[in-house]
Ligand binder design. Sequence first.
Ligand SMILES: Cc1cc2nc3c(=O)[nH]c(=O)nc-3n(C[C@H](O)[C@H](O)[C@H](O)COP(=O)(O)OP(=O)(O)OC[C@H]3O[C@@H](n4cnc5c(N)ncnc54)[C@H](O)[C@@H]3O)c2cc1C
Length: 592
Amino acid sequence: MPGLTLFVFVLQNFPLSMIEHDVIIIGGGLAGSRAAVEIARTDPRLSIAVIAKTHPIRSHSVAAQGGMAASLKNVDTEDTWEAHAFDTVKGSDYLADQDAVAILTQEAPNVVIDLEHMGVMFSRLPDGRIAQRAFGGHSHRRTCYAADKTGHAILHELVNNLRRYGVTIYDEWYVMRLIVEDGQAKGVVMFRIEDGRLEVARAKAVMFATGGYGRVYNSTSNDFASTGDGLAMTAAAGLPLEDMEFVQFHPTGLYPVGVLISEAVRGEGAYLINSEGERFMERYAPSRMELAPRDITSRAIVKEIRAGRGIHLDGSAGGPFVHLDVRHLGKERIMSRIPFCWEESHRLVGVDAVHEPIPVRPTVHYSMGGIPTNTDGQVRSSPEGLVDGFFAAGEAACVSVHGANRLGSNSLLECVVYGRRTGAAIARYVQNRKLPEIHEAYYIQEANQRIQTLLDSRGKNRVSTVRQAFQDCMTDHCGVFRNESVMQEGLIRLQTVREQAADVYLDDRGKLWNSDLIEALELQSLLTVGEVILTSALNRQESRGSHSREDFLERDDGKFLKHTLAYYSPAGIEIRYFPVTIAQFQPQERKY
Ligand SMILES: Cc1cc2nc3c(=O)[nH]c(=O)nc-3n(C[C@H](O)[C@H](O)[C@H](O)COP(=O)(O)OP(=O)(O)OC[C@H]3O[C@@H](n4cnc5c(N)ncnc54)[C@H](O)[C@@H]3O)c2cc1C
């Protein structure tokens, strides 16, 4: 039926009218959802859309386990926001911007209470107030939690609120391009995964809340959708990415699968043990032991393994993991405080943590760097400049409250505090603005061509094989410990992977639910993000926080107390730097 085919072709490729909203938010995790709620609360007349490649409820935020920090003083009456701010800045190895940290920690108690008013079921103290637990690098017990399913509890309420406030949700739409023209963000190009339909969406403000990039590495706690698309689209629009060399390795990834065993387990009192039965953290952070910050604990585990004090599955020495031991906590506490972690170990590796220690080793967990923003979430084009109409928050953004190393339970907090602030800033920004003009047909045609090229490609390599080669390259060349020659080799190996990526074939050549096609697009994002990480890391000739150089062992404030800005282009990456905001806390040696 040629008539019908033509009709379908026209409808798919040249939609009759563009999608339009006052605001479009890419990402339905904590940051995006919290921003949407704030915009709707501030100005109910605004038309708001959340676009996500997963269903919002399946955003990685839902997997957050341990909790969210705030100096509520319910358990520890000595706590203050200043103490929280100091811990955060010290944890960041003094690279965090202290104005942004002050906002984060001052607003924390309020945003927690606000979530509770929305209906989030936090765990309780016997007197009914919100319970708080210890977490790595925090000097007081300030982490609020819902057992070890905190992200689940918060995200469900936020997404319910999206519906309540009439936010339009485009779920399972893959955003493939950010449209920036003349220094202004105007919209995005998006692809409906269900049937391959392409659309341009325009708006007065565009916000990226696209999460992290854990899938750059071959062992990660992140979900399959954490492929750094938002970062890659920002870079492709000629905008910089900040501090991308700082990749957080979480000390306790379940061996061998890499999924997370929450820090809450150590917060509840678990021990880290090597093949000699020692609590080895004594050697690395005697005052904090298992609750040292993540960068220090991850390095300690890798050093133990390298020194032959790791453990094999048969229990002998010299193996690839160490033990996380909770047996002394007793069954009742394990099942009430960290039930999900028990279940994960049991289901995934057959370990009953009530009776046996859990095998763990570091796994990639979090991206400290990201899209540079000011404290209103507006994206920077340079140290001085801002992009009109473009905002970002959450893990995709770098505001920067985590600097060179994030403390556990500060990320959910960042998503909510900066999601809310960015939402409020957007609601102000869009007032009295017109929808931008976009040459829709041009962008549709370009996206169509990009997709068709992939569908038509008859190369030699499967997408998944190239992705594996890429992840192995990043893991081998830009891991917990780094040095110049290893990273240089990594960049050369990355070029080979790029050539392989240009020579792929897809198993599925259709447009309906083509996950192979989406993975091919995601691979392009991963490659960009990986190259930016390696190049930024190579240029930072010091050790700070999670960035640990074997050829530059010390932190070098004289040369590197500054943020990296990496400008990507296919021809190469340009690195610039800009100053860190120091306020009340002068940099000191970081000891625990
Ligand atoms: C296992 C695990 C446990 C954690 N536990 C804690 C914890 O206890 N406490 C804490 O503070 N932090 C924790 N973190 C970190 C924290 O959960 C995340 O940093 C945070 O939830 C990120 O939220 P987000 O809103 O920025 O992004 P996400 O929740 O990752 O959401 C990203 C969204 O962007 C969408 N998206 C991405 N790319 C595209 C695209 N191309 N097109 C359309 N949509 C797109 C996705 O569909 C998704 O909706 C944990 C992380 C992990 C992985």
